[in-house]
Design a protein around this ligand. Structure first.
Ligand code: NCD
Length: 323
């Protein structure tokens, strides 16, 4: 398995399936009264978040704890970063303290890749600028796989602020890698010019795309990253690109509605649509834990280290989950 997870493009089809299958073994752990397995006992995972996050940070924290790792949550306010410490010095400090994995979210694209050159710990990209968010794409694939027998030929519409979305990039790379067809939908101002090179189609007509979509993936309008006016008004955006109740009727009967969160209810997605049974948004959150457990386990060599520590420890993810 890879040492660092910086981009979906590091993974081939076989790796993706292995990560999803391993997540499958760990999913059941989350339904138990005692939600813990010993796979990463004695290992240290640091959550290094330079940008706000609710679900991704908590999800990584729960995932590491369910594998019995020690977790340190490092946020930039209240730390020496607020005193001007550089990413490099922070990284070297964490390294000196014996971190085995560093989960990093940063507003600069490429920060996780830079970090990976300074430390011996495994680096996991939890979202870097407008570049990538690979663990989100993997949990999205896991959620899609629960409803469809194969990714081959599956049609995914990714709708909204594609330009500022690392989620859209990673999901497009992942779905096209697995044989799916992605259509990026949004106003011309919010679709980056290089989007066709990602292997996706581009459309500005949501109503034309919906009847053919197996998955309708809504993106948050990322106002904090928009440095200019990309559409005339929120009302107009919502009318043209929001997923309303009427638009849901145009989707095929078994189509899924997804959103990475946090949602702007009433902007990109109508509030009642977000609560429909076919909107699997909370399943995405639940599945995120199993997928991140799988990644930490595979990347930190959970089976191998457990083997070395104690020959009686379970060696495969299935055995770990059963133990
Ligand atoms: C996304 C992110 O931070 O990139 N959220 C998430 O990780 N669940 C998407 C977003 O902020 O809109």
């Amino acid at each position: 398995m890879i040492k660092h997870l910086l981009s979906i493009n590091q993974l081939d089809r076989h790796d993706v399936i292995r990560i999803l299958d391993t997540a499958e073994s760990f999913r059941e752990v989350g339904t138990r009264v005692i939600k813990k397995v010993p796979a990463l006992r004695g290992r240290t995972v640091v959550n290094l978040f330079y940008e706000d996050s609710t679900r991704t940070r908590i999800s990584f924290e729960i995932a590491a704890k369910r594998l019995s790792a020690d977790v340190i949550n490092f946020s930039t306010s209240g730390s020496s970063v607020a005193k001007g410490e550089s990413l490099k010095d922070t990284a070297l400090t964490l390294q000196a303290m014996g971190a085995d994995a560093i989960v990093i979210r940063h507003s600069s694209s490429g920060a996780p890749a830079t970090l990976s050159r300074w430390v011996t710990a495994s680096v996991l990209n939890a979202g870097d600028g407008t570049h990538e968010h690979p663990t989100q794409a993997l949990l999205d694939l896991f959620t899609i796989r629960e409803h469809f027998p194969s990714f081959e030929g599956l049609r995914v519409a990714v709708v909204g602020d594609v330009r500022h979305s690392r989620v859209a990039r990673s999901l497009t790379f992942a779905m096209t890698k697995m044989g799916g067809q992605v259509t990026l939908v949004g106003p011309a101002t919010l679709i980056p010019p290089e989007a066709p090179a990602w292997g996706a189609e581009v459309s500005h007509d949501l109503d034309g795309v919906l009847p053919k979509a197996d998955v309708c993936y809504m993106l948050r309008v990322q106002r904090e990253r928009q440095r200019q006016q990309f559409f005339p008004s929120v009302r107009e955006y919502s009318r043209l690109f929001g997923l309303s109740r009427a638009r849901v009727e145009a989707l095929p009967e078994n189509a899924l509605i997804m959103h990475p969160g946090p949602m702007n209810r009433g902007v990109e997605i109508a509030s009642d649509v977000a609560d429909l049974p076919r909107a699997v948004i909370t399943d995405q959150v639940t599945n995120g834990i199993a997928v991140r457990m799988s990644l930490l386990y595979l990347m930190l060599g959970g089976a191998r280290s457990a083997d070395a520590a104690n020959a009686e420890e379970p060696a495969t993810a299935e055995e770990v989950a059963r133990a």
